[in-house]
Design a protein around this ligand. Structure first.
Ligand code: UDP
Length: 472
């Protein structure tokens, strides 16, 4: 009988990085709840998660990958949000006509997808990649604050209509909020005609904001995260995102040689490029703090023409850190979940990307917040003001991920924040206790009967009811 059949869900992630990774995990979560899950992707992105999906299949999960035969140039794992993916439109139409699903979960950056999904009457659910708090902050600012009437970019204002008193400045907001004409209408349209949104978060992390989204902003929202927790085995943790490029055994040996909670992990995500001037300040700040660290040095935004070695890292720094056994520098893709989950890690210097934020939380690791772009300044407020599990490094200026910077964070600020988090103190201990408590709640949320588990089940039930034309 039709009603007995598993629901058929398609997942259409963006082509890389911080949007692709959680939506792949979300597909795996729904497969573990019995939904027949299909990931739609490009031929060049499919290999990044091939191994984890194969492992799921071997474990009997109903999950497959379908590649849409069109490629998006210049992506890999660091596709910027403005990358145009519309070359996928025709292959997507073709596939949907042949295999209509019960719903498609679509990333908001596939801006063009609204029309075609509407034409084909495919129910859609939006994935924005953000948590509830940041969404509430942004939507309330857009709705209630006249940003033009603030006296300056640095004048603080309290975001109205929120459960907590959260202060922001104009300089911390994305350019499209400061100038709404830049906000792509098509994203709005994609979302407005959706029947809800899947959020990678869990109720106990931000309860007032989850309620706020549902009640005040009138959105159907299913909180099914933290989806990274579906990576339970070492293999899944190690290969997430894409196969890493480092010597795993060397890394683990190094971590094993360190005391519990003693190492700071430094990473700025998959996309952001730091200017060489900033890398230099980080290097000096880390050295002065005298705390062990692992630093994932991403791509460099070459704003300085004068640097000798091109990446700003002081001559001899890496060698010195190695000899003193103080720090490990990683280049390329790092196995972040594996690193954060190691006992030796005691702090995370992060750009506050939502995935990294959740991964820090789930690993029970307090954070040094260094927001740069997207909704990261809001995530910083959640971490430092609401949850009180981190300290701010003091970045003030929202930057486009790939453009020149006006301001740098100096080495003294880096040193100060690192010491504040990593040198044992009452404050540091309290932050650690709080984040561990939340980490426990995260695990309970995704276990059988937890809130995220139940939200995933509820969405599946809703899709079944819709299939019968019996919409709830
Ligand atoms: N990531 C990783 N290794 C890296 C860089 C990033 O595994 O070297 C993963 C990280 O664990 C997270 C995602 O990439 O899941 C980055 O997402 P986030 O939202 O933190 O930041 P974005 O990359 O979107 O700026």
């Amino acid at each position: 009988m039709e009603m007995e059949k598993a629901v058929k869900m398609f997942f259409f992630p963006f082509v890389g990085g911080g949007h692709q990774i959680p939506l792949i995990d979300t597909a795996r979560v729904f497969a573990s709840h019995g939904a027949t899950s299909t990931i739609l992707t490009t031929p060049s992105n499919a290999p990044h998660f091939h191994n984890s999906i194969t492992r799921d299949q071997q474990n009997g999960l109903p999950i497959t990958v379908h590649t849409l035969p069109a490629d998006i140039p210049d992506t890999d794992m660091s596709a910027g949000p403005m990358v145009d993916t519309s070359a996928l439109l025709e292959p997507l139409r073709h596939f949907l006509l042949q295999h209509p699903p019960d719903c498609i979960v679509v990333d908001m950056f596939h801006r063009w997808a609204g029309d075609i999904l509407h034409q084909l009457r495919i129910p859609r659910i939006i994935f924005t990649g953000n948590g509830c708090f940041a969404r509430c902050v942004h939507e309330n600012i857009m709705e209630h604050v006249s940003l033009q009437s603030l006296s300056s970019d640095s004048e603080p204002f309290v975001v109205p209509n929120l459960p907590d008193a959260i202060e922001m400045t104009r300089s911390q907001l994305p350019v499209f909020m400061r100038n709404p004409s830049l906000f792509p209408d098509r994203i709005k349209q994609l979302e407005e005609n959706s029947f809800g949104t899947i959020i990678n978060s869990f109720h106990d992390l931000e309860p007032a904001y989850a309620d706020h989204i549902r009640a005040e902003l009138g959105k159907k929202a299913w909180l099914v995260g933290p989806v990274s927790l579906c990576n339970r085995t070492v293999a899944d943790k190690t290969e997430r995102g894409k196969p890493h490029t480092i010597d795993e055994q060397k890394l683990l040996n190094w971590l094993n040689s360190k005391k519990p909670n003693s190492v700071l992990y430094v990473s700025f995500g998959s996309l952001v490029r730091l200017p060489s001037e900033q890398l230099r300040e980080i290097a000096y700040g880390l050295e002065a703090s005298d705390q062990p660290f692992i630093w994932v040095v991403g791509n460099v935004l070459n704003s300085s023409k004068n640097e000798e070695n091109g990446n700003g890292i002081p001559e001899g720094f890496e060698q010195r850190m190695k000899e003193l056994d103080k720090g490990l520098m990683l280049r390329g893709w790092a196995p972040q979940l594996l690193i954060l989950g190691h006992d030796a890690i005691g702090g995370f210097m992060t750009h506050c990307g939502w995935n990294s934020t959740l991964e820090g939380v789930c690993s029970g690791v307090p954070m040094i917040t260094w927001p740069l772009t997207a909704e990261q300044f809001s995530n910083e407020k959640l971490i430092t003001k609401v949850l009180r599990i981190g300290v701010q490094v003091g970045s003030k200026e929202w930057v486009m991920w790939n453009t020149e910077w006006k301001e740098f964070v100096g080495r003294e600020k880096v040193e100060f924040a690192v010491k504040k988090l990593m040198v044992e103190s009452e404050e540091a201990k309290e932050m650690r206790t709080r984040v561990r408590d939340i980490a426990g709640k995260a695990i309970r949320a995704v276990e059988h009967g937890g809130t995220s588990y139940n939200d995933a089940e509820a969405l599946i039930q809703e899709l079944k009811a819709r299939r019968l034309g019996n919409q709830i």
